[in-house]
Design a protein around this ligand. Structure first.
Ligand code: ADP
Length: 253
């Protein structure tokens, strides 16, 4: 028997999706990248490492389901997108605050990552915002193959993104590149494009920091609505779906 072929021997690539602060669209990007990569033919799983603020159960439309276990290992929760997922949101009660210190949160994350991922080839890790304990232990223990940094074009968000980049540099995790989210808002009434968070900042910052710029996702109410409604843009062939697929293509190598 060729043991190398058994599911547990699959070399799994972890790709961290990170931002310096919350609210910039890190979870939305994680979900859509995972779905886009799945649609490109990869076997993708999702680890929601945002222990204190999990949102993947909602975004991947499998809220309220509990993971089963095999021995001590959790079995990821299936969903309509064929992106099995594990999240604290599946283990905590709805609305329950996770009031844990770093080591406990770190242990919980271990459980989510060392799960029964079967033939999953790529694990997208939706990182917690910022640069704390959980991020560090995740990077040290699991050595992601690379990190995607999300930022809005705004100065403040970019300063935070720079800190996130520094954390990965310190842990010697390569940065795959930067994605600019919430860029350019097209008014649904008159069609005029405005830039609530500035324009082009993330691309310029990526250049300054010497990292690839992976793409730009516009600020569009449809992205929020479709994500909340359980049909993330990456499921569709429309222009936003294409934008996420273009980024995903750069990761699926
Ligand atoms: P984070 O994970 O960085 O905290 P989220 O992915 O949860 O951010 O996004 C925060 C909010 O912004 C969510 O309501 C989400 O639907 C919305 N959002 C994210 N990206 C976009 C976008 N490009 N256009 C419109 N709304 C967006």
């Amino acid at each position: 028997v060729d043991v190398a072929m058994t599911a547990e021997k699959v070399e799994r690539r972890l790709i961290a999706v990170a931002s310096g602060k919350g609210g910039v669209g890190k979870s939305t990007l994680s979900t859509n990248l995972a779905i886009a990569m799945q649609r490109l033919g990869r076997k993708v799983g999702m680890v929601d490492a945002d222990i204190y603020g999990p949102s993947q159960p909602r975004l991947l439309h499998c809220e309220g389901k509990r993971p089963e276990a095999e021995g001590k290992q959790l079995i990821p929760v299936p969903n309509d997108y064929d992106v099995p997922v594990l999240s604290m949101g599946h283990l905590a009660k709805p609305g329950q605050a996770i009031a844990w210190r770093g080591p406990m949160a770190g242990k919980a994350l271990e459980q989510l990552i060392d799960a029964h991922w079967g033939d999953v080839e790529e694990l997208i890790v939706d990182m917690p915002p910022g640069t704390g304990d959980v991020q560090l232990s995740m990077m040290q223990n699991h050595k992601p193959v690379g990190a995607v940094i999300v930022s809005t074009p705004q100065d403040l968000a970019l300063m935070d993104a720079t800190r996130a980049v520094d954390l990965f540099n310190q842990a010697k995790i390569p940065i795959i590149g930067m994605v600019e989210n919430m860029a350019g808002y097209q008014c649904p009434h008159c069609g005029e494009v405005s830039d609530p968070f500035g324009a082009g900042g993330a691309e310029a910052a990526a250049k300054t920091m010497g990292m690839p710029f992976l793409g730009r996702i516009p600020l569009d109410i449809e992205i929020r609505k479709s994500s909340d409604g359980g049909t993330p843009p990456a499921c569709t062939d429309d222009v936003h779906g294409q934008a996420f697929r273009d980024v995903a293509k750069k990761l699926a190598t």
